[in-house]
Design a protein around this ligand. Structure first.
Ligand SMILES: [Zn+2]
Length: 338
């Protein structure tokens, strides 16, 4: 199975959700506003796209977009005039109020130009501040005929309660761990599927993204550096230099995952339940010398460093990493000599 065909959707763990939504579409009873929520990397976006494609298709087959009609062709070409995607202009930024006030409101008010329906996807819906969300509220409160608004969010609690309450809430879940491993293996041929899922908190598409980006090489490097940094402080600058090929934020993210998993190992007192089993030998070595409190403190420092690294224009990479590793070393050295 190729990745593309595996992602043609509905994903296996979303089939029941899709069957319910498909039945509502077929019965003409789909709510005008829907909120698809659930953890990152489980396929919310794919389901929203499938929903939009099926609503816009003029001849669905067995309740799903036919893939052949004019509407499906326009959708596939990314130029369907009755589909509006409202996204932040850059990832991580807010959706601007104008994108809702004139963009979405105008789109909703115009009659459908080609198909028999119109769909707007707001992704992610939690990237709207209160003013922007209040603007959206009007479109949610006064539904236009044959018009659907689909909101996507990893963090639905951040949405205005008034926005949430006007949507049909579809809470999507990750698949059970064994199913996730099997799907990832079949889709990508990954032999390190359990570890990929471990770093992606069990989210299959998140794991697939990790694999497609650069795999787990960065994690292995960071785990090795963290292990060796507990030994001798004079090694720390060369250890930092060893990570030169990793982007600073990426490196801090790997450190975060390493410390998070190690924290779980320390709390349980054994490595059997570690989420990222490839690091089990490192965890085993560190178990007697790292305290849970020190791991937790280091985790907080990494979180702060990541915030600094993304909010400062030019963070001093070497200083920042050396300080983190030195602090990590000193906390361990204190326990080794205690
Ligand atoms: Zn079609």
């Amino acid at each position: 199975m190729s990745v593309a065909s595996a992602l043609a959707a509905p994903l296996p763990w979303q089939r029941e959700d899709w069957t319910r939504l498909g039945a509502r579409i077929a019965g003409g009873q789909l709510h005008h506003a829907m909120l698809l929520s659930g953890p990152a990397g489980i396929g919310k976006r794919l389901l929203a796209e499938l929903l939009a494609r099926t609503l816009l298709c003029r001849a669905p087959v067995a309740g799903t977009a036919c893939g052949r009609c004019r509407d499906c062709e326009l959708f596939a070409a990314g130029s369907h005039p009755d589909l509006l995607r409202v996204l932040p202009e850059e990832p991580g930024r807010q959706i601007r109020i104008e994108q809702i006030r004139s963009g979405l409101t105008g789109f909703v008010m115009h009659t459908a130009s080609v198909a028999h329906a119109k769909v707007a996807i707001i992704d992610p819906a939690d990237a709207m501040n209160t003013h922007t969300a209040n603007c959206l509220l009007k479109s949610l409160e006064e539904p236009a005929p044959r018009t659907h608004i689909v909101l996507i969010s990893d963090a639905p609690a951040r949405l205005l309660p008034t926005v949430r309450s006007r949507c049909l809430q579809v809470r999507l879940r990750p698949p059970p761990p064994d199913d996730a491993v099997r799907w990832l293996r079949e889709t990508s041929g990954a032999d390190d599927a359990p570890d990929l899922l471990g770093v992606a908190a069990g989210a299959p598409l998140g794991a697939l993204r990790v694999r497609e980006r650069a795999g787990l090489g960065g994690f292995d490097r960071v785990a090795d550096v963290m292990r060796r940094a507990t030994r001798a402080p004079a090694w720390i600058p060369p250890l930092v230099a060893e990570c030169a090929e990793l982007d600073l934020v990426e490196l801090l993210d790997w450190m975060f995952l390493f410390l998070l998993d190690l924290g779980g190992v320390l709390a349980r007192g054994d490595v059997a339940g570690a989420r990222i089993q490839r690091a089990a030998p490192v965890y085993t070595e560190l178990l007697p010398v790292v305290s849970a409190a020190h791991a937790a403190r280091s985790l907080r420092r990494v979180t702060e460093a990541r915030r600094d690294a993304t909010s400062t224009a030019n963070p001093n990479r070497s200083l920042l990493l050396e300080a983190l590793l030195l602090d990590w070393h000193e906390g361990v050295a204190a326990r080794r000599t205690a």
